[in-house]
Design a protein around this ligand. Structure first.
Ligand code: GLC
Length: 658
């Protein structure tokens, strides 16, 4: 669209750019800037247009974009162009990710490089390195309190190590995902230090108040993220003599995005990491970017506008780079982080599917898929060029973020049901084999979340302690069932490091005063590589898990119907223990894979009539499970699904994998 005001401004800005930028031959940059400038200008003006320095800030914004482009290597630019051409590349079923802490996984960045072979053995081709930047030596919220956005934590390595790792990953066909912690900095960050010393420019990078007047107004509606460790949302800073907004921990200062200088700094930092070789940037805690008195300060419209602006600017300088939205919010809200009223993602191309994750855990506890199905019905369809990050566990707690209305609809009382789930996963409930711990218990609201490793939550720890082979078998089946669901659902599956070998809770964090108060550390393991070697010993727990997962990953990559093109149909089967859906080939809806999982400890039956008008696609006498290559058992023409098993079924008459 040609828009006169923004284009005349653009012409003026181009005249004002620093001479060293003007002298460069940056043809592609100008093409993209011209194409995106209307959007960029509208958003920037909407957010900051009332300021006197608006024009100067806009010049600075364009300079940062130009600089980001100029510093991009020829190799990365080539990649950008290839991805522009094949712009749906990330919707393919070929991508399978793992999230890991560098130190816990392999000591340091060089160690991670040395373990790329291990990851490839499993089939991983996307690695999310948890934060690797300089952070306080003491408590740092697992690296999410950053004190220098351009320096790697010396314990992990150097910037060179990152580019060498990124280069080697490119050669191996693997993607690198890194965090940019947009919402806050550590109180040790240079900006915070300068603010402390009274520098007005940097005080304006944060929200601080001389008395409790405004903070108290905020507190009336602002929930607490860490009610046990960091109650309240403001921290008194003695040196500055002011209350600072700290929504997360007291040492994490929230950035003030009503100041355009903050936005421009963070864009610069995002491009810095894109240029170091990150294919994907995980944008941390994006729901919190905009603060408004009288609101929860989450999911505000301006937070979305900031993300749209960041996307538009990045598309000019580094268009091949994708964003992941880490917004652990209600289903109707999370979908908005792709961008509303759009076909292509205009904010983040990828978003954590926390809804699916929490619902899968509900199905494990209840042995029923009732709420899982209901909850997914309430999850709106995603955009065409956008995808989910599907996961079972990650470095954070499990929040039971599904809707009370959905809990009601399936016949449970929300309060009692949530209490049951917490009791189930923390082992208070007698019959539960789960070994989690409550996290973030809020005595005011009665809320709680859950910490614990996948294996321990799925009952493996209890079963091994009892030396009960039948229970061990069951726990392994549960773990594989959960993975089968994220590998087939549509989206990028993100496996959490250690889960591939059944890593149990690790309570050694209690010995470390900087971690003891935060039990999420119980599921942030240090990999025991001797245990990992057991994946080669037939019959070991490690071998059964690793090989089971490896097989699923390999098969997933061969099934085009598992690519994510809104090609999923949930099935309303009558048996409540079963979760079933169809994945159809994007280019032929008459070729489909029937995915079915049995969440109960007893065998269950699937009646072919439940497939409704899709029944014709599957003759149960002709079906094969694509994962095992076997034909599942039938009884009286119904499909029999053993306890905690899953099937990825295709009809042999259709031929081949799809
Ligand atoms: C994100 C991270 C979490 C961290 C929080 C604050 O939610 O995943 O680990 O505590 O942001 O940065």
């Amino acid at each position: 669209m040609y828009e006169q005001i923004s284009h005349s401004l653009l012409n003026e800005i181009l005249d004002e750019l620093r001479p060293e930028i003007r002298r460069q031959n940056i043809r592609h940059f100008y093409t993209r800037l011209g194409a995106n400038f209307f959007g960029i200008h509208s958003l920037f003006h909407h957010l900051y247009g009332q300021r006197e320095d608006f024009k100067a800030q806009t010049v600075r914004l364009v300079e940062v974009m130009a600089q980001g482009y100029i510093l991009r290597s020829a190799e990365l630019e080539e990649r950008d162009m290839a991805r522009e051409k094949d712009h749906n590349w990330f919707l393919s079923q070929e991508w399978v990710g793992m999230a890991l802490y560098t130190d816990g996984f392999a000591g340091n960045l060089q160690g991670v490089r040395g373990r790329l072979g291990y990851l490839q053995e499993l089939g991983i081709n996307l690695v999310h390195l948890m934060p690797i930047l300089q952070c306080p030596a003491g408590a740092s919220d697992g690296g999410y309190a950053v004190s220098d956005f351009r320096r790697v934590d010396a314990r992990l390595g150097t910037l060179d190590d990152v580019s060498i790792l990124a280069g080697e990953m490119r050669e191996r066909g693997m993607l690198l995902a890194l965090d940019v912690v947009l919402n806050h900095t550590s109180d040790e960050h240079e900006w915070a230090q300068k603010a402390r010393q009274g520098d007005a420019k940097y005080q304006d990078y944060y929200y601080s108040f001389k008395d409790r007047h405004v903070p108290d107004m905020f507190e009336q509606t602002l929930p607490e993220v860490f009610p046990e460790n960091a109650p309240g949302n403001f921290t008194w800073d003695e040196a500055m003599g002011r209350w600072v907004m700290t929504v997360f921990n007291s040492y994490q200062w929230d950035l003030n995005y009503s100041n355009p200088a903050v936005f421009i700094e963070m864009l610069d930092i995002t491009l810095f990491w894109a240029n170091l070789g990150a294919d994907i940037i995980r944008l941390d805690a994006v729901a919190f970017l905009w603060k408004k008195i009288g609101s929860t300060c989450q999911n505000e419209r301006e937070a979305h506008l900031i993300l749209q602006l960041l996307k538009d600017c990045c598309q000019v300088s580094a268009p091949g780079v994708l964003f992941i939205a880490e917004a652990i919010v209600a289903p109707v809200e999370v979908i908005k982080y792709f961008g509303e009223d759009a076909v292509m993602a205009k904010e983040c191309e990828i978003a954590y599917n926390a809804t699916y994750m929490a619902l899968l855990w509900d199905a494990i506890a209840t042995q029923s898929a009732k709420l899982l199905r209901q909850g997914l019905r309430s999850l709106p369809d995603k955009l065409d060029r956008a995808t989910w990050l599907n996961y079972v566990r990650c470095h954070d707690d499990i929040g039971l973020g599904f809707d009370d209305a959905d809990i009601h609809r399936v016949g449970y009382d929300p309060l009692a049901h949530r209490r049951f789930l917490i009791d189930y996963f923390t082992g208070v409930y007698d019959e539960s084999p789960a070994r989690g711990q409550p996290f973030g218990r809020n005595l005011k609201t009665g809320d709680a979340r859950i910490s614990g490793s996948l294996a321990s939550l799925a009952g493996l720890e209890t079963a091994m302690e009892r030396n009960d082979e039948a229970q061990i078998e069951q726990a392994i089946a549960r773990i594989l069932l959960l993975h089968s669901m994220i590998l087939s659902f549509g989206g990028i599956p993100l496996i959490y490091y250690g889960d591939e070998i059944g890593t149990l809770n690790d309570c050694s964090f209690l010995q470390d005063e900087n971690k003891a108060g935060d039990n999420r550390w119980m599921h942030r393991p240090r990999i025991n590589w001797d245990k990992a070697e057991l994946r080669y010993r037939r019959g070991s727990v490690e071998q059964r898990l690793f090989d089971g997962l490896k097989k699923m990953i390999a098969v997933r990559k061969e099934i085009p119907a598992f690519a994510d093109f809104n090609n999923r149909e949930l099935l309303e089967v009558e048996n409540p223990h079963l979760f079933a859906f169809l994945r159809t080939r994007p280019d032929n809806i008459n070729q489909a894979v029937l995915v079915v999982g049995n969440f109960s400890a007893k065998p269950q039956y699937l009646n072919p009539d439940n497939l409704g008008n899709r029944r014709g696609l599957f003759h149960f006498s002709q079906i094969t499970d694509l994962c095992s290559g076997e034909s599942p058992s039938l009884f009286k023409e119904q499909l029999v699904i053993p306890p905690f098993q899953f099937y990825w079924l295709s009809d042999r008459r259709a031929g081949g994998l799809f």
